[in-house]
Design a protein around this ligand. Structure first.
Ligand code: AMP
Length: 222
């Protein structure tokens, strides 16, 4: 292994980036870095960055590169990222992609794979608007596609408290899709140009996508 895996998951809201990133953590011991999660934590903690980000997130728009990079750098400074990372929801702009290249180059690394989860946009609003997670362990559920085996009880940890994201409503999802196409989708060509892009069809079963992603990540972290 020449360097730890640095894997980027690209795809619109609802493509399954978070679900698959958590599975890759389990399967490969990589660490999921979700800038959405980091920003939500900053909002919940009431930090200066969180206060600035909240309104933008509620509107489904992108938080400024400065804020996103600050929370990401803090997280990347922690020890547990040394064995490799899966970036979920980052980078989302040209500026973030260049900044990531710079951060990695400073420690002699580069992006090892950027995997585009390709989905049908029309299905995304329904996927995102019905989702919720266990407040205890973060396991994901969906009103229609994935309900707990025992209603009201998490399959994974037995918890009974669940939460929904404020921005997981149909109107905001449409804004987030627009932001994705305008600002983030161009990064697919950026990583293609660097020779690290892989595309996978992410409309199928979660287990099949997990296997396909696993084959790619296995190659780059071998
Ligand atoms: P996510 O959890 O990835 O769906 O992100 C939720 C929201 O957080 C997004 O709609 C943005 O408002 C904000 N956000 C997360 N990651 C980024 C990023 N890399 N750049 C800008 N905004 C972000």
């Amino acid at each position: 292994m020449t360097q730890p895996a640095v894997v980027i998951l690209l795809g619109p809201p609802g493509a399954g980036k978070g679900t698959q990133a958590r599975m890759l953590e389990d399967d490969f011991g990589l660490i999921q870095l979700s800038t959405g999660d980091l920003l939500r934590a900053a909002v919940a903690a009431g930090t200066t960055a969180g206060k600035k980000a909240k309104e933008v997130m509620d509107a489904g728009l992108l938080v400024s590169d400065d804020i996103v990079l600050a929370v990401l750098k803090d997280r990347m400074a922690q020890d547990d990222v040394q064995n490799g990372i899966i970036l979920d929801g980052f980078p989302r702009t040209d500026g973030q992609a260049s900044a990531l290249d710079g951060l990695l180059a400073a420690v002699g690394q580069r992006v090892t794979a950027a995997i585009s989860l390709e989905v049908d946009d029309h299905a995304m609003v329904g996927r995102v608007a019905g989702r919720y997670t266990c407040a205890g362990c973060g396991e994901g559920y969906h009103d229609e596609f994935k309900t707990p085996a025992r209603a009201g009880t998490c399959d994974k940890c037995g918890g009974t408290a669940f939460k929904r994201r404020a921005d997981d409503n149909a109107e905001t999802v449409r804004e987030r899709l627009k932001a994705y196409h305008a600002q983030t989708a161009p990064l697919i060509a950026y990583y293609d140009g660097k020779g690290v892009l892989q595309r996978i069809n992410a409309m199928g079963a979660i287990a099949d996508i997990r296997a396909e992603l696993g084959a790619i990540v296995g190659r780059v972290s071998a």
